[in-house]
Design a binder for this molecule. Structure first.
Ligand code: C5P
Length: 404
């Protein structure tokens, strides 16, 4: 998770009654860690599930539960609290509270705040599957959407009541992602982005293989930033231990050939291709079907290698290529090799990692190579850098309408 990506944002976090209140403790921690200030407001029912003391400790601010709170000098908490807010987030949002919002009811502090707001409203529903599927709830959700309210989730899966189905609240991390996404400028709205990320794995036999030290962090960070920027994102990933960014379509592959085939199968739908994967240059010509045995007195195994397809170059050479971006990780003299590589692979933009090799690290410093110039971006964590790179890519797209 990036640091300070919600820096300076002020959120009113409205909690209504539901067992999912326990998730809001973690959500508050994630939001404050990301630089947001969080003003918790709880309904009476929410205080039955988690105490205001817990929420005060986590948010670092006094919690409001009553319209008649004597701490507000002018007695207008319902006006004052929302005036400072960049958004009100209702999480968990109960069935009852959604219904109240639809009708503009204002019979407690939180509902009054929502009616009196002049900022966006986001709701994160949490309820039993029957309550969610109830036609009244579905009508209410449709009406809220029509009123411009953002509905985040719900998720599907096991519920506190023991039943399984739609209605459970998004996990805290997913709720955080959806809120961060809400605030990101939609500079890639309507664009389709295809990326590769991570290493590839080229088998020698059924248990051994050749891979590299790419962690996939930069590619996954770019996929997340592109999704937050409003793009439709398809991520073709080699073997990595990373969670799929929220809202991103992920396709897992092992070998360079599989990665090539996955990319070629989808590239016709892409407006932008970003090749971040550290693709193996070679594979063993014929991987052994059986585990190669270590036999005393026998010669050591030797392997014949063949070249893998260059995915980036193949995309760039298509008759109507998407806007194609490559990456380069060099162990020395990036300045010379970067531009040479960009020209050789025929891509308009190549992003060079300024050494030392950054595999697995959380931050990075890059230089952008393109025909007319080079641009250095300051060292930053990979998520911050990913946002900056997405902004740089967006600036270079031919126009704002879909490219193809
Ligand atoms: O030639 P090199 O591996 O340094 O080039 C790096 C760039 O080319 C990266 O964008 C990488 O994803 C891409 N690449 C590729 N297919 C290969 C080798 C590299 O797409 N077989």
């Amino acid at each position: 998770m990036a640091t300070a990506e919600l820096a300076g944002k002020h959120l009113v976090l409205g909690m209504t009654g539901g067992i999912a209140c326990y998730k809001i403790a973690e959500l508050t921690r994630l939001l404050t860690k990301a630089g947001a200030t969080v003003q918790v407001v709880m309904t009476e029912a929410a205080t039955q599930f988690i105490t205001p003391v817990t929420m005060q400790a986590l948010s670092g601010r006094p919690v409001y539960t009553s319209q008649w709170d004597a701490r507000v000098p002018n007695n207008m908490a319902h006006i004052d609290l929302s005036r400072e807010a960049d958004a009100i987030v209702i999480a968990p949002a109960s069935t009852d509270f959604l219904a109240k919002l639809v009708h503009g009811m204002a019979d407690d502090l939180l509902s009054t705040l929502c009616v009196a707001r002049d900022c966006p409203l986001l709701v994160v529903p949490a309820m039993n599957r029957q309550m969610w599927q109830n036609p009244a709830t579905q009508r209410n959700v449709a009406q809220l959407r029509a009123d411009g309210v953002s509905v985040l989730g719900p998720d599907s899966g096991p519920q506190a009541c023991g039943e399984i189905g739609d209605g459970r609240m998004l996990e805290a991390a997913a709720t955080y992602e959806a809120i961060a996404s809400f605030f990101a400028p939609k500079i890639l709205a309507g664009r389709r982005v295809l990326l590769t990320a991570g290493p590839t794995f080229e088998p020698l036999d059924p248990v051994r293989g050749i891979t590299n030290r790419s962690s996939g962090k930069m590619g996954f960070a770019l996929a997340r930033a592109a999704q937050q920027a409003g793009a439709d994102v398809h991520l073709v990933a080699g073997p990595v231990a990373l969670e799929t960014p929220w809202g991103v379509l992920r396709e897992d592959v092992q070998t360079a050939q599989q990665m090539h085939d996955a990319v070629m199968g989808s590239v016709a739908n892409a407006d932008i291709f970003i090749g971040v994967a550290a693709v193996a240059d070679w594979r063993v010509d014929h991987a052994s079907e059986h585990k190669i045995k270590k036999t005393a007195g026998h010669a050591l195994p030797s392997f014949a290698f063949v070249e893998n397809p260059d995915i980036l170059a193949a995309v760039a050479q298509l008759p109507r290529p998407p806007f194609t971006v490559g990456f380069a990780a060099e162990s020395g003299d990036l300045e010379t090799h970067g531009e040479e590589k960009r020209v050789r692979k025929k891509v308009p933009l190549l992003i060079g990692n300024l050494g030392p090799l950054t595999f697995g690290l959380d931050d990075n410093e890059v230089i952008l190579f393109e025909a007319a110039r080079t641009t250095r971006l300051p060292r930053a964590d990979k998520q911050t850098l990913a946002r900056a790179l997405i902004a740089e890519i967006a600036k270079r797209l031919p126009d704002t309408s879909p490219i193809r």
